[in-house]
Write a protein that binds this ligand. Structure first.
Ligand code: URA
Length: 249
């Protein structure tokens, strides 16, 4: 904690740089008591050192603590979403830098492709993985046969799986054999089982969005670091503050 409040940068400047809003908007937020520094409501004129002080707006942390990394990977087919495989099969952690050690947030099946977050930010990972926070995930599913409007409706309203009925989902037909399915739940092989249950087994499955994050330029096997605004948007989504989407990449 910085014990010299006169040292560091003005709080409104730090907030503006973190993408919270203009300096004026940030000043209004401070004046409105929405900003805390190390748990205490901040007053205008406060200076902070973002590398040591914990700044929160409406209870959501600003900035990324030193040492934390957040990667977005486009997982190729055939790669496992585990940290290590006893049978020597390729894993997602081999596709990103070794240090600092990171782990995948949630899982994609070995035969599923698409976006996966890897991080050493245990706190965020836990909040994102918690079913009650329900961060949306969007999948593109190429299926066998042509789903009918009735099949789409069943997928939307919920299908009975062996572990219970699925929650309402957003489902649309993008092509004769191509579905877009948006779910909040994260049950094992859920999308595959949902499609199978309506008679259209999945041929190819790609996760195209995690909450506010999408990236169509990331090729299979490529990764990039998340920007601060993206980490913040994820935190907001995990805190249940909506699914404000970032500009699509
Ligand atoms: N649903 C699936 O069936 N598989 C995945 O990998 C993710 C969601």
């Amino acid at each position: 904690m910085s014990d010299q409040p006169e040292a560091g940068e003005r709080l409104q400047k730090v907030l503006a740089r973190a993408g919270i809003g203009s300096r004026r908007v940030s000043e209004e937020m401070i004046a409105g008591g929405r900003v805390t520094v190390n748990g205490q409501v901040a007053v205008l004129g406060r200076r902070v050192d973002i590398s040591v002080d914990r700044v929160e707006v409406d209870g959501v942390a600003v900035g990324v603590a030193p040492g934390l990394v957040h990667y977005l990977l486009n997982k190729p087919r055939g790669v496992l979403s585990t940290a290590a495989d006893t049978h020597g099969r390729p894993t997602v952690v081999e596709l990103v830098p070794d240090e600092p050690r990171v782990f995948p947030v949630g899982r994609l099946d070995a035969d599923t492709e698409g976006l996966l977050i890897l991080t050493n930010d245990g706190d965020l990972a836990q909040r994102l993985s918690h079913p009650s926070h329900g961060v949306e995930k969007e999948y593109l599913a190429e299926v066998e046969g042509r789903p009918s409007p009735w099949d789409v409706r069943r997928l939307r309203e919920g299908v009975v799986l062996e572990d219970g009925i699925t929650a309402p989902a957003r489902v649309s037909l993008l092509g004769p054999e191509l579905l877009r399915i948006v779910i909040h739940e994260g049950r094992n092989r859920q999308v595959r089982r949902m499609c199978e249950a309506v008679g259209h087994p999945v041929v190819r499955l790609v996760r195209s969005r995690i909450g506010p994050l999408s990236d169509r330029r990331l090729r299979p096997g490529q990764w990039r670091e998340l920007e601060l605004s993206e980490v913040r948007a994820l935190e907001q989504a995990a805190a249940g503050h909506g699914e404000s989407r970032l500009p699509a990449r």
